[in-house]
Design a protein around this ligand. Structure first.
Ligand SMILES: [Zn+2]
Length: 485
C-alpha cells in the first residue's frame, strides 16, 4: 500500500513537471505521445486562436461550475470540453501555457480537468496615487488573464488624484486629477476610456469593479468641492480630511457619482472604500455631531457605518452590491445592509478580525490581508518609504499568507467570496516598477485563488514559476526574478 502511494506520488510529480500549467489544474492525467504544434499556431488572450491548431469543442458531461473545463491533448488534436464561455477560455489559457513552455513545439499528451477554488480572484491597481496609461491598464488585464484572475478592482480615487470622468461633476477631473506633483500623477480616464477597458476586460472574462474611496482618502475630491468638507474649506494636506457626513450635499454628490459609475460599469459590485478614516474632522464638526445626536448614534464610527449604509442602500436600489474595506466592522457598530461585502485587508493591525466579524454577521468576505497579498511591498530590501517591517518575498507569500485558507471551517467556507491581491502605488511606484512587484509573487496569489490541486512544496512551485521567466519576457512582461527589490 505504502509503495502504491509513493508510486502514485512519483507519477504525479513527474507529470506535473512536464505539464507545467499555473495555477495548477485540479486533475492532471498523463497520456503517451506528443501533440505537434503547427508553425504559426497562436492563442490570443482575447480568446481567439489561429487555425493552425486542431481544436474541437465539445459539451462537458460533468458539473464543473461556471468556469470549469476539461482539456484533452492527444496526438491527433486538442479537445476542449466546457459548457461556459469562461470554461472554454480558461482551457485555451492552459493550452497557451503548454504551448509557451513546450520544447520543439511538442506538447505532451495529457488529460486535464480543472475548475477554480474561488469565483472571486481579484487584482487591484491603485490608479489614484499614480495614473497609468491605457496601454498599461490593458497590459495588467493581460497579466491577469494569464493568471486566470477574473476581477479587476480599479482604485480610481485617492488623496493624490481622481481618475474617472463624471459628466455631472467636472471639477474632480479638471482639478482633482491634477493636484499631486509627482511623476505620472496627472491624468484621468474619460468615460470612453472606461468603456474601452471594460470591453477589453470582458474579452478576457474579467469583471471590472470600480472603487471610489469614501469618506477618507478623498483629498482630490474635496479639493475639487471644498463645500463637501466639514469646515467648508479646501484641505491643505493629505490624510485626515473626510467628506462631511452631516451635510446632505455629501450624500447627493456621492449618489450621483455612484449613478454614473453604475452606468459605466456593468459589474454587480461597486467598491465604496471605507478604510483609514480618522475622525478628527467629524469630532469637531457641528453638523456631524448634530447628525450623530439626531440618529441616536454612539460615536463617529457609527456615523461612518450610517454613511456606508446609505450608500449601500442606494446601490441596492440599483441592483448592486457594495464592497467595503474591513474597517467598517473591526470596531463595534450597527449592522450593515445585507448587500455589503467585507474586504478584509488590515492583517498587520487587526489580524483576521474583519474575517471573523464578517462570519459572525453572516456577511460575504474577500480575503486580501496586507500581509501577504499587498504585492507593492518590496521583497527583500527596504525601498523608498517601505521599511523593513513591510518586506515579504515570494516564499512567504506562497507559504504564509493568512488569506490562503486551505481547510476552511463551515463558517469560513460560507463567508469567503474569494481572494484578492493589491498593488498600491505609494511612494511613487510608477509604471516601470509594476512588473517587478507583480512577478513572481502574483503566481503564488493565483495558485491560492484558483488551484484545488494538492499543495506543491515551495521548491517545486518555485521551479515551475521560474520556468516562465523567459516566456514572459518574450511577451514583454518583466519581473523581479532575482528578488532584488
Ligand atoms: Zn462634518
Amino acid at each position: 500500500m505504502k509503495y502504491a502511494v509513493l508510486f502514485a506520488m512519483l507519477v504525479c510529480a513527474i507529470t506535473q513537471a512536464n505539464v507545467n500549467i499555473l495555477p495548477t489544474p485540479g486533475k492532471i492525467v498523463p497520456a503517451t505521445g506528443f501533440y505537434k504544434v503547427g508553425a504559426g499556431a497562436e492563442i490570443g488572450l482575447d480568446g481567439t486562436f489561429s487555425n493552425h491548431w486542431k481544436i474541437t469543442f465539445q459539451p462537458l458531461e460533468k458539473e464543473l461550475g461556471d468556469e470549469g473545463y476539461q482539456l484533452e491533448v492527444a496526438e491527433s488534436g486538442v479537445t476542449v470540453r466546457s459548457n461556459t464561455e469562461a470554461g472554454k477560455y480558461y482551457a485555451l489559457v492552459s493550452l497557451k501555457q503548454l504551448e509557451g513552455l513546450a520544447t520543439d513545439g511538442k506538447i505532451p499528451c495529457v488529460n486535464i480537468e480543472d475548475q477554480p477554488k474561488y469565483g472571486w480572484r481579484s487584482f487591484m491597481i491603485d490608479s489614484g496615487r499614480q495614473y497609468q496609461k491605457m496601454d498599461t491598464i490593458k497590459g495588467l488585464l493581460d497579466r491577469m488573464a494569464l493568471l486566470k484572475m477574473n476581477v479587476f478592482h480599479w482604485h480610481l480615487s485617492e488623496n493624490d488624484g481622481w481618475r474617472v470622468e463624471i459628466k455631472r461633476y467636472p471639477n474632480p477631473t479638471e482639478i482633482g486629477a491634477f493636484i499631486a506633483n509627482g511623476l505620472e500623477q496627472h491624468g484621468f480616464y474619460t468615460q470612453d476610456d472606461i468603456r474601452e477597458i471594460v470591453a477589453y476586460a470582458a474579452e478576457r472574462h474579467i469583471m471590472v469593479v470600480p472603487e471610489i474611496d469614501v469618506p477618507g482618502h478623498s483629498v482630490a475630491a474635496l479639493t475639487s468641492y471644498p463645500e463637501l468638507t466639514c469646515t467648508g474649506t479646501a484641505p491643505h494636506n493629505y490624510s485626515p480630511y473626510l467628506y462631511c457626513a452631516g451635510r446632505e450635499s455629501t450624500y447627493e454628490f456621492l449618489f450621483n457619482v455612484l449613478d454614473e459609475l453604475c452606468e459605466l460599469f456593468p459589474s454587480p459590485y461597486i467598491h465604496i472604500g471605507g478604510d483609514e478614516a480618522p475622525k478628527k474632522d467629524w469630532k469637531n464638526c457641528d453638523l456631524c455631531q448634530a447628525r450623530i445626536k439626531e440618529l441616536g448614534l454612539k460615536n463617529e464610527h457609527e456615523l461612518q457605518v450610517e454613511l456606508t449604509n446609505r450608500l449601500a442602500k442606494h446601490l441596492k436600489s440599483k441592483g448592486r452590491k457594495a464592497i467595503c474595506w474591513g474597517d467598517v466592522v473591526t470596531l463595534p457598530g450597527q449592522e450593515l445592509e445585507d448587500n455589503v461585502v467585507i474586504h478584509w485587508w488590515n492583517y498587520q493591525r487587526s489580524k483576521d478580525k474583519a474575517l471573523r466579524e464578517g462570519i459572525r454577521r453572516g456577511m460575504k468576505v474577500i480575503a486580501n490581508p496586507n500581509r501577504y497579498t499587498y504585492i507593492n511591498f518590496p521583497q527583500k530590501h527596504p525601498w523608498r518609504g517601505y521599511k523593513e517591517n513591510r518586506l515579504f518575498d515570494f516564499q512567504t507569500c506562497y507559504e504564509k499568507n493568512p488569506g490562503d485558507i486551505r481547510h476552511p471551517t463551515a463558517g469560513e467556507a460560507k463567508a469567503l467570496l474569494g481572494m484578492g491581491t493589491c498593488l498600491w502605488t505609494d511612494h511613487n511606484l510608477t509604471e516601470e516598477w509594476l512588473d517587478r512587484r507583480i512577478f513572481p509573487r502574483a503566481f503564488a496569489m493565483a495558485e491560492q485563488m484558483w488551484s484545488t490541486a494538492q499543495h506543491l512544496p515551495y521548491e517545486e512551485f518555485r521551479a515551475r514559476t521560474y520556468a516562465r521567466e523567459s516566456w514572459l519576457s518574450g511577451m514583454g512582461i518583466g519581473g523581479d526574478w532575482a528578488e532584488e527589490y
